[in-house]
Ligand binder design. Structure first.
Ligand SMILES: [Zn+2]
Length: 219
């Protein structure tokens, strides 16, 4: 069973790595945000509630989140493992998550902390450029990923723009939230003895290789 949770600061590539793990080991990538978006399209009581919450920018109540997570993880396709993403967001949720897993006969599995220096993330965020036509993502601070011309898309010739929240102030806020909410989760899983550290510096392939070294040999 490969139950995997990645913990990482903003812009560390958590979503990308979660996708790679999901593809390689043929286990579902459980993104709580995506599940909420799907439910919000239903005309059920919970669908209407989540639709309202999402459109107002508020957070879904914990009790509802727990129910949704439990229902999803109990499904057949999660029986050989899954990568959970976007949950738990704080220590209270982590403790509930452990209880949910126990109640459905699942193990915590691997909790992997992607370690990466704040300065690197800062450069990554500030250098990010997105094509307004095809959505391709480039980075002017990363030679492997830089567009040939600073504001032109290499794929389609479209104009590259910077997302409004890809600035230093927004990054600092997100990073501080990460430290406040996520550090206790890391400590919690360290105490339980399931935490692994992975060096998050390097290319997507290099980082994925390090993750594979940890989860790869397990049946
Ligand atoms: Zn483009």
């Amino acid at each position: 069973m490969k139950n995997i949770m990645l913990i990482a600061p903003p812009a560390a590539g958590k979503g990308t790595q979660s996708d790679l793990i999901s593809k390689k080991y043929k286990i579902p990538h459980i993104s709580i945000g995506d599940i909420f978006r799907d439910i919000s399209k239903e005309d059920t009581e919970i669908g209407i509630y989540i639709r309202e919450i999402l459109s107002s920018g508020k957070l879904v109540k914990d009790e509802i989140t727990y129910e949704v997570v439990k229902e999803r993880l109990a499904k057949e396709d999660c029986q050989n493992g899954f990568v959970i993403d976007g949950f738990p967001r704080n220590i209270e949720q982590a403790i509930h998550y452990d209880e949910i897993l126990k109640s459905i006969g699942q193990e915590i599995g691997y909790v992997i902390s992607l370690d990466i220096d704040r300065e690197i993330l800062e450069k990554r965020i500030i250098g990010r450029r997105i094509c307004e036509d095809c959505g391709a993502i480039f980075n002017i601070n990363d030679s492997e990923n830089a567009p040939t011309q600073e504001s032109v898309c290499d794929n389609c010739g479209g104009r590259l723009y910077q997302r409004s929240d890809d600035n230093i102030e927004a990054f600092n806020t997100r990073y501080q939230t990460y430290l406040d909410k996520t550090e206790p989760i890391i400590k919690h899983y360290q105490e339980i003895g399931v935490l692994k550290h992975v060096n998050g510096i390097g290319s997507i392939e290099e980082v994925f290789q390090r993750i594979e070294n940890i989860v790869g040999d397990e049946k």
